[in-house]
Design a protein around this ligand. Structure first.
Ligand SMILES: *Cc1c(COP(=O)(O)O)cnc(C)c1O
Length: 218
């Protein structure tokens, strides 16, 4: 299937109030341009070097989202142009984003990653930690926390996935109701679970392989 026909299929299931991040990591510029010419403008990457190269070589009206685990020492390379950083998982990282954003004279939009899945290795704040993390994050002048991001457990058990999305949505609603700032982004849902995520209140889905095909990691 072509990128454009995959997009037509997927777009049918995404309501207007939900943003689509086309996850283009490990895929070449030509594939991104296929999606771009189909009207897509939001692309997600998870490696700093790859993102910077693509930013340099692709149309400037693309909004680049960083969706992967970000190391503090690489923040400076993406802060000048990145539209949204999805997976902020420590105050230390946030502090570095703030510092580099001040240097670049920007306010950088971020999401706090919440650990909702069962896997031990997944990054993110625990549901218990995220409220105080958000309070601390408000101290940073050059960072704006726009919402939350999470990944469900990789499982066939849709009840489990639904339960995790529901948990994240309930945390999101609570923080949103207490927030004086615009706190409106709930980034959850990938190729295998985005329909469920939308049912459970996602406002932003991150879809890669269903658009671009399988990634070739070598
Ligand atoms: C790679 C990635 C995605 C996209 O995954 P697909 O299953 O290919 O849709 C979404 N979110 C994050 C954080 C990712 O790293």
């Amino acid at each position: 299937m072509s990128v454009q026909s995959n997009l037509l299929n997927i777009r049918k299931h995404i309501p207007d109030n939900v943003d689509l991040v086309c996850v283009s990591k490990f895929h070449p510029n030509e594939s991104i341009l296929d999606a771009y010419h189909a009207g897509e403008r939001i692309f997600g990457e998870s490696k700093v070097q790859e993102l910077c190269t693509k930013y340099e070589t692709l149309p400037k009206d693309i909004q680049w989202h960083f969706i992967g685990h970000l190391q503090s020492n690489k923040v400076k390379y993406i802060v000048p142009f990145v539209e949204l950083i999805h997976a902020v998982d420590s105050i230390k990282l946030l502090s570095e984003i703030d510092k580099q954003a001040a240097k670049a004279d920007r306010i950088v939009n971020c999401l706090l990653q919440v650990h909702i899945g069962e896997e031990e290795t997944k990054f993110g704040f625990s549901p218990e930690e995220v409220t105080s993390a958000l309070a601390e994050a408000r101290e940073f002048k050059n960072v704006q926390i726009r919402g939350l991001m999470g990944m469900a457990t990789f499982t066939e058990d849709s009840n489990q996935v639904k339960k995790e999305f529901r948990l994240l949505k309930s945390i999101f609603d609570k923080l949103k109701s207490e927030s004086e700032y615009e706190f409106s982004v709930l980034s959850m849902g990938m190729s295998d679970d985005f329909r469920l995520a939308i049912e459970e209140g996602s406002t932003m889905v991150r879809i890669g392989s269903s658009i671009f095909g399988n990634r070739n990691y070598v």
